[in-house]
Design a protein. Structure first.
Lengths: 330, 313
């Protein structure tokens, strides 16, 4: 119980840090951004009353000293006043995020789970058969890990979706030219899956190496432990020793390392989505940045950060559950 | 990558005696991985230092537009007739500078925070490790993107500082864990009992013993910085006047290099990043084996796990 409370406390602090960073950063903008933003908005439509106030609160540029500004900022966020998007005026930022978050969750979530499972399985085998042919390919995975995600995405696009071999659609979330409507209908889901294949492959290819290497190394370490030798001496079946004895313990650091890697995958996904024009959060973030769309930028930053924090929290609590030692030692 | 780093360090056993480490070093230098990694990294370092003196002006326009590789243009030309090879060579310098600079700064921060936290213990340790864990868990790239979008910084130094200040945490955590275990070894206790000052204990007794980890962290920091810079430049957040590999990719992508099939324009810069990163990763790979004796493949029969100890019928 104490473990759970401690973890929850930590994530509370992390969330507070993210909120505060998000408050402090806009203070760095030179000049008066509110006026610039309002001017831009009025170019593309009439600005609703109260928008100036929401923006001021959101960017932490209100009146009074820094604590009063901070309070106004938190107050605005607590009421979910995220302002209106400028690049897509006058859509509220919350709607923008709501539209794109499902795409990212479905794509990045699925690809990460596939990559994790694949990496753990291959890593177990490579560690088990150390020195074999499978183990010999391990160094080559470092090439995949060192490759920029977005460049791999460019290669994929070039080789499989355009000039060389046109088998996959070029970017976007689904076939927007046809008469497919978004929703739970078969044509849409098929089209979306077809469009997600290349981006997912990119994520899996470039993140599987890290899992594989970590698992392989832990596996090799675990295999020289006495209890594994004892299990072998008892004459247990090889499969049982590999999975039930060695892999079961070797996987623990990978689970706790999940936290850090998730941040990497999410980061990589941003540029990847940009290359594929995939309608997810990463693509929106890049668009927001190039349009100086501060409200949308802030909203997306908060959502991505909180999503990563949430996922980490779940994995951490799970880790405490599967490895009793973490609960005791804290 | 950092995950592997942490995992490896969590798994890392104690360093062993001095003689043990020396044989480890010799073994590492015999490893083909280390040699290959060092060759790749050395090649790119030379390219970055000397290369720009030998190639033509990378911004020189010409009428030979979008030409495929030929003898006069080894890697073809861009949309506006610039020589891709010259751009590639000149870009190497800035890319490497960012990698080395941000890597060094991040390592420096991680050493200060990791070792002082681990050595001091108590409240300081609690506070510093809370700080590193929070920085670690907040996804770096979105944060850097947002910072750059607000600051609108240009030039090398601000970029190096921003990347370094968001990427030191994993390394600090590894160092803290190692310091915690080194702190209570006999030789440190002996030094403390004989009344050595704490700064001396930290710099003379503890720091040298963590040097391999620090070097490994530096290498990871370098890979990370180069990749981050490449992504930032690619999505248009770089300094457009600064010629880097990421910047080349940005221009190539936006000028439709993909749809006109100008593979010589966008493949080489990414390949350079991947190759250089791989060289660094190979060095780290061998360093890992050096740090963690259990990962080394021993020649004696014990190492062969594929043969069961007790054969089954």
């Amino acid at each position: 119980m104490r473990y759970v409370a401690r973890k929850l406390g930590f994530y509370l602090v992390a969330a507070w840090a993210a909120l505060t960073l998000n408050f402090l950063l806009p203070q760095l903008i030179p000049g008066n951004p509110i006026e610039v933003l309002l001017a831009k908005m009025s170019q593309s439509g009439s600005v609703p009353p109260g928008e100036a106030q929401v923006l001021t609160k959101l960017l932490g540029l209100g009146t009074g000293n820094i604590f009063q500004k901070y309070w106004q900022y938190l107050d605005g966020l607590a009421h979910l006043q995220l302002g209106l998007s400028i690049s897509d005026f006058p859509t509220p930022v919350s709607t923008e995020i709501g539209q794109s978050i499902y795409w990212t969750l479905a794509l990045v979530g699925t690809a990460t789970i596939i990559s994790f499972a694949l990496g753990i399985m291959l890593g177990t085998l490579a560690g088990w058969k150390r020195g074999s042919r499978l183990d010999a390919i391990i160094p080559s995975t470092t090439l995949l890990t060192a490759m920029p995600y977005f460049w791999l995405a460019l290669l994929m696009l070039f080789f499989f979706a355009s000039n060389v071999w046109h088998v996959f659609p070029q970017g976007q979330g689904y076939n927007t030219n046809s008469e497919i409507t978004e929703g739970w209908n078969l044509p849409f889901i098929l089209s979306a899956m077809q469009h997600a294949l290349l981006p997912a492959l990119t994520i899996v290819l470039s993140s599987v190496g890290g899992w594989l290497l970590g698992m392989r190394n832990m596996m090799v370490s675990t295999l020289s432990d006495d209890y594994v030798v004892a299990a072998e001496a008892k004459g247990l079946r090889q499969r049982r020793i590999m999975i039930g004895y060695a892999a079961r313990n070797a996987v623990l650091p990978s689970v706790s390392g999940f936290a850090i890697s998730l941040g990497f995958v999410v980061s990589g996904a941003i540029a990847m989505e940009y290359v594929f024009s995939y309608p997810g959060l990463g693509f929106k973030l890049v668009q927001a940045v190039s349009n100086n769309d501060y409200p949308l930028m802030q909203g997306i930053f908060l959502v991505i950060t909180f999503a990563v924090l949430g996922a980490n929290m779940v994995v951490d609590l799970l880790h405490g559950f599967i490895d009793p030692r973490t609960r005791l030692s804290r | 990558m950092t995950a592997t780093n942490v995992v490896a360090a969590v798994a890392a056993e104690s360093g062993g005696s001095v003689t043990g480490r020396l044989t480890g070093l010799r073994a590492a230098f015999r490893s083909p991985r280390l040699v290959a990694g060092a060759c790749i990294v050395g090649f790119f370092l030379l390219l970055g230092i000397l290369g720009p003196f030998f190639v033509a002006d990378p911004n020189q326009l010409s009428h030979v537009q979008l030409a495929p590789p030929s003898l006069s243009h080894w890697l073809g030309t861009t949309q506006i007739g610039q020589d891709v090879f010259a751009q590639l060579v000149v870009s190497a310098r800035a890319s490497l500078l960012i990698g080395i600079g941000a890597g060094l700064l991040a390592t420096f921060i991680s050493v200060i925070i990791g070792i002082s936290g681990g050595y001091a213990g108590g409240f300081i340790d609690e506070a510093l490790s809370l700080l590193s864990n929070v920085v670690l868990v907040i996804p770096t790239l979105p944060l850097v993107i947002v910072i750059l979008a607000y600051v609108k910084a240009s030039g090398l130094i601000p970029l190096i500082v921003i990347i370094a200040f968001t990427s030191w945490a994993a390394a600090a955590r590894v160092l803290r864990a190692q310091t915690l275990s080194v702190r209570n070894r006999e030789y440190v206790l002996a030094a403390r009992a004989s009344g050595e000052r704490s700064w001396r204990i930290v710099f003379v007794e503890i720091l040298p013993n963590e040097l391999p980890i620090i070097v490994s962290n530096f290498i990871f920091g370098m890979i990370f910085a180069i990749l981050t810079q490449a992504v930032l430049a690619f999505i248009g957040l770089g300094d457009p006047t600064l010629l880097t590999w990421g910047n080349m990719l940005n221009i190539a992508y936006n000028d439709q290099a993909l749809s006109v099939g100008a593979w010589w324009w966008f493949i080489p810069p990414g390949a350079c990043i991947a190759l250089f990163g791989m060289g660094l990763a190979l060095i780290n790979f061998s360093l890992d084996e050096l740090l963690n004796p259990r990962l080394r493949v021993y020649r004696p029969a014990k190492a062969d796990r594929s043969q069961p100890l007790v054969s089954q019928s």
